[in-house]
Design a protein. Structure first.
Length: 372
């Protein structure tokens, strides 16, 4: 089959900021025409040292074949690249490349590159257009959708940024063939999350089809597209995160606490692994509170375990800290109002809801039962 036959289009209907997410195997080959159709004359491609050698020449060639002038900016891989220093480098490179308002910044990489390049595009010349070519599962199903861009500050992750919607997202699922297995699993935690939030049928489909997603079959394209549809639906309802976009944080209150406790050391825990443990904890906590059938919590755990993800605090390499440390890490999270904690809990698979005002005592009792 050609990529055209297998192409899935997910529209993100945001009025004058509307754009399409295209999902398909081998899309990068036709990226030139699709990006050229946006009417730019030049593109600055931002990538990292892992992704650049694999895919930058294909993308550059595709764009140049359409008559676009290209410039390549290659940054070191890793979270540390979401910094003021890299932002300066990207902005200066974009200006040096004489990228005008009608031109494009193209982010070719995972969430780190997407967030950084997107933010540079938001601020350079008070905003130029940008295209996301996400190359990790996490960025294809999560970070490239929704328009949140930014960098980290010494005060915390993602604290400096802007909402800036891309003009186009090209999710070429073949690019994931080179992704390290651990990164693939981490992204998969976010895929499963969409089913757990509000789509029990999708979760059941994942239980039956996850192996095809990992193996790169047509299930992968379907899972990426369905995840983008789910995120886009939430983003369209709540573009600037004032209301139910918070549901996307299912599993993240616990997950962020674990990332903090493991000092954001990716050798110990990557974000998706924290999310996997967080999803399992959110369902067990919901069951502990009598909100959710225990069988649903067991199903969540069984599926994440089957996909090779951790689900227990005891699986945090180097330890998850004490209950007090976990509570302190959660209290620092931005989802805290007036001392009480806001959790995303569930009445069952696909039935999550925002639960503000959860008393710390309940959380403590639950964590005591988990740590044992
Ligand atoms: P990442 O960008 O660091 O990529 C993970 C690793 O995989 C890197 O080493 C990268 O070089 C490598 N890589 C990427 N694509 C590859 C490929 N096709 N083949 C081989 N190696 C490849 O990490 P990520 O998980 O994609 O993104 C994490 C970032 O996303 C975090 O900074 C997080 O804050 C951000 N994020 C943003 C949003 C948002 O809404 N903007 C949402 C979720 C996460
Ligand atoms: Mg996440």
């Amino acid at each position: 089959m050609t990529d055209r036959q297998r192409l899935i289009t997910v529209p993100v209907p945001l009025g004058e900021r509307a754009y399409d997410i295209l999902v398909g195997r081998g899309l990068i080959g036709s990226a030139g025409a699709r990006i050229a159709a946006l009417g730019a004359r030049a593109a600055a491609i931002v990538t990292d040292e892992h992704v650049g050698p694999l895919y930058a020449s294909a993308l550059t060639g595709a764009l140049e074949a359409q008559g676009l002038r290209t410039t390549l900016v290659v940054l070191p891989p890793g979270e540390a690249t979401k910094s003021y220093a890299s932002l300066e480098r990207v902005c200066d490179a974009v200006l040096e490349a004489r990228i005008e308002r009608g031109d494009l910044v193209v982010a070719l990489g995972g969430g780190v590159i997407g967030d950084l390049a997107g933010f540079a595009a938001a601020v350079v010349r008070r905003g130029v257009r940008f295209v996301q070519v996400p190359t990790t599962l996490l960025s294809q199903v999560d970070s490239s959708v929704g328009g949140k861009t930014g960098i980290n500050s010494r005060h915390g992750k993602n604290l400096v940024g802007a909402f800036h919607q891309p003009s186009l997202v090209l999710a070429d699922t073949a690019l994931l063939d080179t992704l390290p297995a651990r990164e693939m699993r981490a992204g998969y935690a976010e895929v499963a999350k969409y089913g757990l939030i509000d789509d029990a049928r999708f979760f059941a489909w994942c239980e039956a089809n996850w192996q095809g997603i990992f193996a790169g079959g047509p299930e992968r394209d379907e899972a990426v597209a369905q995840s983008c549809r789910a995120k886009a639906a939430v983003v369209v309802r709540d573009e600037h995160e004032t209301g139910d976009r918070a549901l996307l944080n299912l599993g993240h209150t616990f997950g962020h606490a674990l990332e903090k406790i493991t000092a954001y050391d990716s050798a110990r825990l990557v974000h998706g692994e924290g999310v996997a443990i967080g999803l399992a904890l959110a369902f067990r906590f919901s069951a502990f509170l009598g909100l959710c059938p225990p069988g649903d919590a067991e199903r969540v755990e069984a599926h994440l375990t089957a996909a090779g993800l951790p689900t227990r605090l005891s699986q945090v390499p180097g330890g998850c800290g004490t209950v007090d440390e976990l509570l302190a890490a959660m209290a620092q999270d931005k989802k805290v109002k007036g001392g009480a904690l806001t959790f995303i809990l569930a009445r069952g698979i696909g039935r999550s809801f925002i639960a503000p005002g959860i008393e710390a005592g309940k959380v403590r009792a639950f964590l005591d039962s988990e740590i044992g």
